[in-house]
Ligand binder design. Structure first.
Ligand SMILES: Cc1cc2nc3c(=O)[nH]c(=O)nc-3n(C[C@H](O)[C@H](O)[C@H](O)COP(=O)(O)OP(=O)(O)OC[C@H]3O[C@@H](n4cnc5c(N)ncnc54)[C@H](O)[C@@H]3O)c2cc1C
Length: 465
């Protein structure tokens, strides 16, 4: 059924979730506003290079080329019938008004909404290691963005370390691009991965892709080590080597760049500013905004889709985006296809077991805080070390993360804790002997990402509305 309504939903995020949400609404004759801080739609996995770059989807997206083409086709097909705003960062939200900065013109505007779909995706989960602030150390996502978006690499002899499926994928992509991958250092143990096989076999095609990447790296002579603990990055002006520990022995390996990360972390700040209820998700070791099976948050008119409300992967993001849009329509009294809703719900439920398998295969290194030395810089923006955090906790008795932030400035800088928040919570939990879910989470603060300071003035004067 097609209908037109006097409503204008706003979607934040033009990744797979946001694109499918926009396409679904457009299919019902509605013109949503689709906002994304990136210059081209596609999100993380299907990130498109600048327009003048000419690389075939197969070389950019490998086995995901047909899905990438389908998602790009979906946005290209509706871009004329929606209000698509690229280069636009949603930096604040309050009372039905979204503050959005347009990057190229450095201006900010207020976008009113009655219904909001937040599809803000995820970013790398970072656990620092001494030396991580040296030039040449990147997150896995950053390393991948360099390759996909800028067509360049982070170094010529690269080590990838941490854990998660992205670890092997990015190593494979670099090796395929001709870079020497000196080693892949996985904190997970091979036994973890074996134990997870039955759950991962619930999605055999995805599982086999992972097996293929690992097999390819092995047969191309890349050293794969599991059960390791990164100890430090060495270098004077820039990265020159990495030291890691395995079975009680330290090893040193020369390299000129490192890509590291420990799976992904949902971008939840907008949901937080919106007042959505959060709950601790043990599997993802994170506080996440609650959503029901069809994407409704705890706040009326606010829907959550994709990795921004819990890491589920790109296919799930597409389904969740469509589902959130259908829920929004149903809540506005539009007659929607109930069979389609049930089908999407079933597909999403089926993926849950696979996700459990992934978490089991690449577990969070729970002993990380115990090994973090006092001199480790945890918060790069404010230059706060693990030792300073421990001292503050000891002196003040702080046992809650926002209190620790106020006293130590951890998470108070440009990244607003997006990079250091996980590590700070782990240090605090370890220091006070509590499970990490009991030390709280950093509250979202506007601007959720850096904006020029004069724009704050413009926004507070209401001139940008
Ligand atoms: C760096 C990185 C690399 C990845 N690479 C792979 C991969 O190679 N293969 C794979 O299978 N999976 C990969 N993943 C996971 C995969 O990208 C996600 O599962 C999938 O893209 C989720 O889709 P999404 O629509 O929920 O979010 P995303 O694809 O992350 O899209 C979110 C969009 O929201 C926009 N956004 C976020 N906040 C704001 C804001 N405040 N204002 C405006 N716009 C905003 C972002 O610019 C982005 O375009 C990667 C994830 C990350 C973080």
């Amino acid at each position: 059924m097609r209908t037109t309504l006097a409503l204008q939903p706003v979607i934040v995020g033009a990744g797979p979730a946001g694109i499918r949400a926009a396409q679904t609404l457009a299919g019902y004759g509605i013109k949503p506003v689709l906002i994304d801080e990136a210059s081209r739609a596609g999100g993380q996995i299907y990130r498109r290079p600048p327009v003048h770059f000419k690389r075939a989807p197969e070389s950019l997206y490998g086995m995901e080329a047909s899905r990438a083409t389908a998602v790009h086709g979906a946005i290209d097909g509706v871009v004329g019938s929606i209000d698509y705003r690229p280069d636009s960062l949603a930096w604040n939200v309050q009372d039905g008004r979204l503050d959005v900065m347009h990057g190229p013109t450095q201006t900010t505007r207020t976008v009113p909404y009655r219904q909001l779909i937040v599809a803000s995706g995820a970013t790398d989960r970072v656990l620092p290691v001494p030396g991580w602030t040296l030039p040449g150390v990147y997150t896995l996502g950053g390393a991948q963005v360099a390759l996909k978006f800028q067509g360049c690499t982070i170094g010529s002899r690269v080590v990838f370390m941490g854990t998660g499926p992205l670890l092997y994928l990015v190593a494979y992509q670099y090796a395929k691009a001709g870079v020497e991958v000196a080693a892949v250092l996985d904190t997970a143990h091979f036994a973890d991965q074996l134990a997870a096989v039955p759950a991962m076999l619930t999605q055999p095609a995805v599982f086999m892709k992972g097996v293929y990447y690992v097999g390819w790296l092995r047969t191309h002579g890349v050293a794969l080590h599991s059960g390791v603990r990164p100890v430090r990055v060495l270098g004077d002006q820039r990265t020159s080597a990495v030291v890691w520990e395995q079975d009680g022995h330290e090893h040193t390996l020369d390299c000129d760049a490192i890509g590291f990360g420990y799976a992904l972390r949902s971008e939840t700040q907008l949901a937080d500013l919106l007042g959505c209820r959060f709950a601790f998700a043990p599997m993802q070791r994170a506080h996440l905004p609650e959503r029901d099976a069809v994407g409704r948050s705890s706040v009326a008119g606010v829907y959550l889709a994709g990795d921004g409300a819990g890491i589920m992967g790109a296919d799930a993001a597409e389904w969740a985006g469509e589902l959130a849009a259908l829920s929004l329509l149903a809540d506005e009294g539009v007659h929607i296809d109930a069979d389609r809703v049930r089908k999407l719900e079933r597909k999403l439920a089926k993926l849950s077991r696979f996700r459990e398998g992934l978490e089991r295969a690449f577990p969070f290194p729970q002993d990380w805080a115990a090994h973090a030395p006092d001199e480790l810089v945890v918060c790069r923006c404010e230059n706060v070390t693990a030792g300073e955090l421990r001292q503050t906790i000891h002196d003040s008795g702080a046992d809650e993360l926002n209190r620790l932030k106020a006293l130590s400035r951890v998470g108070m800088g440009r990244c607003q804790g997006r990079m250091c928040g996980v590590a700070a919570a782990e240090i605090l939990a370890h220091a006070v002997g509590k499970p990490v879910q009991l030390v709280g989470r950093l509250r979202g603060q506007a601007p959720i990402k850096p904006i020029p300071i004069h724009l704050l003035h413009v926004a507070s004067e209401g001139a940008g509305a």
